[in-house]
Design a protein around this ligand. Sequence first.
Ligand code: SAM
Length: 298
Amino acid sequence: MNPTTAPDMQVPEKNKILPRTLYLVATPIGNLADLSERAIKVLSEVDFIAAEDTRNTAKLLSILGFSKPLISYFEHNKKERGEQILARIESGESCALVTDAGTPAISDPGEDLVRLCAERKITVTSIPGCCAAITALTLSGLASGKFVFEGFLGTNNSERKKRLDLLAREERTTILYEAPHRLCTTLEELLKALGNRRITLCRELTKLNEEVMRTDLEGAVAYYKEHAPRGEYVLVLDGTKDADSGTYWDQLSVMEHIEHHMEAGLERMDAIKATAKERGVSKSVIYAEFVKNSKKDE
Ligand code: SAM
C-alpha cells in the first residue's frame, strides 16, 4: 500500500470523543462482525445515542456489553426530537445517531438532523461502515464509475410514474431499494417504463443467505412469478444505452402525451401545460391540438 494513502492507524486524537458533536454511526446491515472498532468506541463513549428504534439499539448495545441513555429519533417524531437532541448537543453533550441498519441519512432518518447541525455550526462527523447501496453496487457487475442512488421509488402513483419516466432516460447505473412485498410490482413497472435492461438483484446482503442475481428485467419478472420474494433487496439497474435517441414522449402523440400526465394525476389544464413545457411549445398550441382531437372523437 502506498504509505501516503494508507490509513493512519495512529489517530488517537481523531478518535477522541468531543463535546458538542454529532456522530453518525453506521451499523451492520445483517452481519454483526461488520461493526467497526471505531463505531463501538463512539457508541460506548458518547453521552447519549439517538436511535431510529431504541429497542433494536438496546439489543445491539447489550450484545456489545454496555448500555447508554437512548432517545428515539424517527420519521414521525424527528421535528420535535431533533430540537431536543440539538439542545442537548448545544449544551455540550456528544451524541451518536444510529438507524436500524446501515448508514444514517441514506434512506433513513438523519438528513434533517445533519442540516440543523450545519445551520447551527455544530460539528458533525461520520463513522463510515455498511451501506446496502454501495455493497450492492460493488457486487452488481454493472458500470460503477458513475451511478445514481434512487432509494425507494415510493408508493405515490404519480410520483412513481415521474421517477420511472426519469429513469427511462438515465444513462448511469441506478441503485434502488425495495421491500419484498413490492418487489414484483416494481420489477413489472420498471420493465414497462424502461424496456428490457440488465439488472442485478442483491438479496440479504452480508447475511447467511446472501444472494446476487445478475439477469435482466424480463428474467427477473419471470423468476419472481415463480418464486416469492424474501428478505431485503437492493436493485442495481443498468443505465440506458440510447439516451441520445430522444425522450420518453418521442413516440407519443400530443394527445397521448397529455393522457400520460393525466394518468399520473394531473388535472387536464396542468397536463396540457406540462406537455407544452416538455415539448418546448406554447400552451395554446397544445390546447388547440387537444380541442381539435377532442372534437374529432365526438
Ligand atoms: N441506511 C441503510 C443503508 O445504509 O443501506 C438503508 C436503510 S433503508 C430504510 C432499508 C433498505 O435498505 C431495505 O429496504 C433494503 O432495500 C436495503 N437493505 C438494507 N439491508 C439490506 C441487506 N442486508 N440486503 C439487501 N438490502 C438491504
